[in-house]
Each structure stands twice: as structure tokens, then as C-alpha cells.
Design a protein around this ligand. Structure first.
Ligand code: NZQ
Ligand code: ZN
Length: 377
């Protein structure tokens, strides 16, 4: 193997950790607190942030929507530039943290921040960023990626840069008590699929990478089986840790990665508004069916280790679908408000975005995408 792994985000894990943010933000810095639609005002997180920031000069920007939009974010970019903000503190789920990654990069860039999303520019500098996570799912709190939507063009694209790694991430599981079943299930599914995107490819030689990925998958499967205890702190604590480790970069370092489910899922969200995790649950099982020949060794390993099924791959696939369905996440695309243009819309958008050969081997062609979507309906 041959790789560089670098993750500089300090993790503050546990109940009561929000106050530790003062150890990372110099009192001389002018802070912008960024959040979403107001959940942090209902669960006490906003109050804890306010107490911690006593003595700081700080402003706030709220209204970052799920699937954060370029249009909304640009309003915050203007505030950061006008008010000469030095530090951005993201308080929320993946959308708020991703949106804040865009802010810290766009704030120090003279051009249009979408340049990072369409790939025409790399991030060259960014303001420092910190994160207080309220919804474990994406791993955004300690990774380099941001996924941003552009409402006017129905686009959902991503960029990545080590410059947008949060300096710290507070993972306090007690803030999850206000999450509803939909968001808890979304978090579990997203983390499961993240792990599969980095594990379920072709065999590699690292026992550590495979073993770690399998531990994450087994942990998430255990939480699905134990769904009745989802309101317990221990259950939520485990989801928070597992989702973080699923996408902090380690299990993907030095191994092949897939991400085709995500690329197709992002287009489904852009056109039809499916929650991110829900878009993955309709695509992934069918993608595995279509690509089975290329994934069979790893899939058999997952079947054995995670689902306790030997030999019969279709039974493993059914167990995977059942796991999603058992926590209220459908695997049937027809259950969403789609239309008869769905295959055409998704394949043309992938083509426009240069994603005509995706997956670990570049063999998920637009024909295969059409096949996957037809099977998902
Ligand atoms: O906006 P507020 O009021 O805070 O409400 C949010 C939002 O409505 C709510 N919520 C968050 N914490 C809560 C809470 N409600 C009650 N109690 C709490 N403690 O949950 C709703 C969904 O939040 P959102 O941040 O959109 O969810 P998630 O964390 O699943 O993030 C999804 C976004 O992340 C992107 C997705 O594409 C999507 O845009 N992703 C980012 C990745 C990354 N950066 O690495 C990878 C992923 O694959 C994914 O693509
Ligand atoms: Zn995801």
C-alpha cells in the first residue's frame, strides 16, 4: 500500500463538551456562528454556544437549509467579507458544516465560489472553521468534503480541500435527543453506505482497513437491530462515533473507492428532493446487484461478517434491504415523488457533470445507471 493520511481535526467527544470550544478559538478573533433552521434553539445547543462565547465578538447567520444552497450561502459570504469575520463556527448537521466549508473558502476568494464546485478552481486559502455536530451522518465534521446545491440549475456538486478541515469538532451525543426517527435512520444509512463506498470494491491487502470497515458496518447493523433503543444515550453515542469514523478518511486511504451510489443519489436529490440518505437506500442495493461480478469477493466477506450469511449473495442483498426498511427507509424509488423523466434526468445530469464512467473500476456507465434506476422502481 502507499498513501498519505492526514486528519488534523481535534475531536471533543462526550456530554458537556460544547464549552471546550474556547480552547480552540482565540478571544481576539471575530466569530460568525452559522446554523440551520433553528433546531439548535430547541435543544439547548444555541444557549450553550452563547455561554461559551461570552466575551467574544460574534455574529450569527441562520437559515442554512438541508442540502445547503449556493444562493443562501452567498449571503453569508457577503457578511463575512463586510464584517471582516476571522473564524466560522458551524453548529448543525452535515448541511450546516458543508455550507460553512464553502463559506470559509469563498470568503477568501475574489471570484464566484461555484468555481470550487464545478472544479474550475482549487481552494487556495480558507478562514479557520470549527464544528459543533448535532446530527451524526455525513462525517463532514472531520473531513475535507462539502456538498453544495445550486437551486437555480438543479445541481448538487461537491468539492474537497484539506484547507477546509475543521480545526475541531465537538461530538456531544446528548444533543441528539431532539432528532426524530427520520434523521436517526438517515444517519445510520448514510454512514453504512459511506463505509461500503470505501470497502465494497475489489480485494486489497490491508487487514486493518478491511477489519476496521467491517467493525463499522457490524456496529451500524447492530444499531439497526437495536432500533427500539434509539432514544437511549448509548445507542446515540455509538451512532455518533461510528458515523464519524465511517468518513474521516482513514478506511478509504490507500484502497479503491466506489462512490457511484453517492453520485447517482446526489442527482436524485437535486431533481426530486429526496433526503440524502434516502437517495442512497434506493440506489445502493440495485447498484450492487448490477455490479456484483466486480464486487463479489468483498460482498461475500460482508455477507459473512456483517449479516452472518454464507454463500447466497441474493440473501445478503435482501438482508441489506431489510435492514434499511426495518428502520423506515424505503428501497423503492416509486415511493418518492418522481416522474417518468427520472432516468433521462439523472443520466443527462451525470453526463453533464462528466460522470459517465463512475465506480471503483470506472465501469458504472450511463447504461448501467439507467438499469439501476429502472430496477429501483
Ligand atoms: O436546520 P435545522 O433546524 O438545524 O434542522 C436540521 C435539518 O432540518 C435537523 N437537525 C440537525 N440536528 C438536529 C436536527 N433536528 C433536531 N435535533 C438535532 N440535534 O436535521 C435536518 C437535516 O439536517 P442536515 O444537516 O441536512 O442532515 P445531514 O447531516 O444528513 O446532512 C446532509 C447533507 O450532507 C451532504 C448531503 O449531500 C446533504 O447535503 N453530505 C456531505 C458529506 C461530506 N461532507 O462528507 C458526505 C455525504 O455523503 C453527504 O453527501
Ligand atoms: Zn453520504
Amino acid at each position: 500500500m502507499n498513501y498519505t493520511y492526514f486528519n488534523p481535526t481535534a475531536i471533543e467527544f462526550g456530554t458537556g463538551k460544547i464549552k471546550s470550544i474556547v480552547n480552540y478559538i482565540d478571544k481576539k478573533l471575530k466569530v460568525l456562528v452559522v446554523y440551520g433552521g433553528g433546531s439548535i434553539k430547541k435543544n439547548g445547543v444555541y444557549d450553550q454556544v452563547k455561554i461559551a462565547l461570552d466575551g467574544y465578538t460574534w455574529l450569527e447567520f441562520s437559515g442554512i437549509e438541508p442540502n445547503p444552497s449556493y444562493e443562501t450561502l452567498n449571503k453569508a459570504v457577503k457578511i463575512i467579507k463586510d464584517e471582516k469575520i476571522d473564524f466560522v463556527l458551524a453548529v448543525g448537521g452535515g448541511s450546516v458544516i458543508d455550507g460553512s466549508k464553502y463559506l470559509v473558502a469563498a470568503a477568501l476568494y475574489d471570484g464566484d465560489g461555484w468555481d470550487f464546485l464545478d472544479g474550475s478552481k482549487q481552494v487556495e486559502k480558507a478562514l479557520p472553521l470549527g464544528a459543533i455536530l448535532t446530527l451524526p451522518a455525513t462525517g463532514s465534521e472531520s473531513n475535507t468534503t462539502a456538498v453544495i446545491s445550486r437551486v437555480s440549475t438543479n445541481e448538487k456538486r461537491y468539492f474537497g480541500s484539506p484547507l477546509v478541515y475543521p480545526k475541531f469538532a465537538v461530538l456531544d451525543p446528548s444533543v441528539m435527543s431532539t432528532l426524530d426517527d427520520r434523521q436517526l435512520a438517515n444517519g445510520l444509512v448514510d454512514a453504512f453506505v459511506h463505509t461500503c463506498e470505501q470497502f465494497l470494491t475489489y480485494p486489497n491487502t490491508s487487514l486493518l482497513h478491511d477489519g476496521y470497515a467491517l467493525t463499522i458496518l457490524k456496529g451500524l447493523k447492530t444499531l439497526a437491530v437495536d432500533w427500539k433503543n434509539r432514544k437511549e444515550l448509548v445507542w446515540q453515542e455509538n451512532l455518533m462515533l461510528l458515523a464519524n469514523q465511517a468518513l474521516n478518511g482513514f478506511i478509504g486511504s490507500g484502497v479503491s473507492q466506489d462512490w457511484a451510489t453517492h453520485m447517482i443519489g446526489h442527482e436524485l436529490t437535486a431533481f426530486y428532493g429526496l433526503d440524502h440518505a434516502r437517495s442512497l437506500a434506493v440506489v445502493q442495493p440495485q447498484l450492487i446487484r448490477v455490479m456484483m461480478e466486480e464486487k463479489k469477493e468483498k460482498f461475500e466477506l460482508m455477507g459473512r461478517e456483517v449479516f452472518g450469511v454464507l454463500h447466497n449473495k441474493e440473501i445478503v442483498l435482501e438482508a441489506l434491504e431489510y435492514m434499511y426498511q426495518s428502520i423506515g427507509v424505503t428501497t423503492n424509488l416509486n415511493e418518492y415523488d418522481i416522474d417518468d423523466k427520472v432516468v433521462e434526468n439523472i443520466t443527462s445530469a451525470l453526463k453533464k457533470h462528466g460522470m459517465t464512467n463512475i465506480g471503483e473500476n470506472g465501469t458504472v456507465t450511463l447504461e448501467k445507471v439507467a438499469q439501476i434506476l429502472n430496477m429501483a422502481m
